[in-house]
Design a protein. Sequence first.
Length: 69
Amino acid sequence: MSRTLDFKVFCFEAYSAEHNLSGREAMDLFKKYNVFEYLGKFYDVLHTVGREYIVGDIDKYIEARKNIA
């Protein structure tokens, strides 16, 4: 598995656990708001920060995307 894929899986699991979401619920959110693409694009920066920061950053990213849609 590539490092970026490992990172995306880590982020997905951290996010779903933090928000008590089922895998399906989290996947629906990540797909709807292109979170996996975001994580891949900014992997170089995001993989250096902690779990709490990443979950918070994903929250901010989703909120910003909601305002665009």
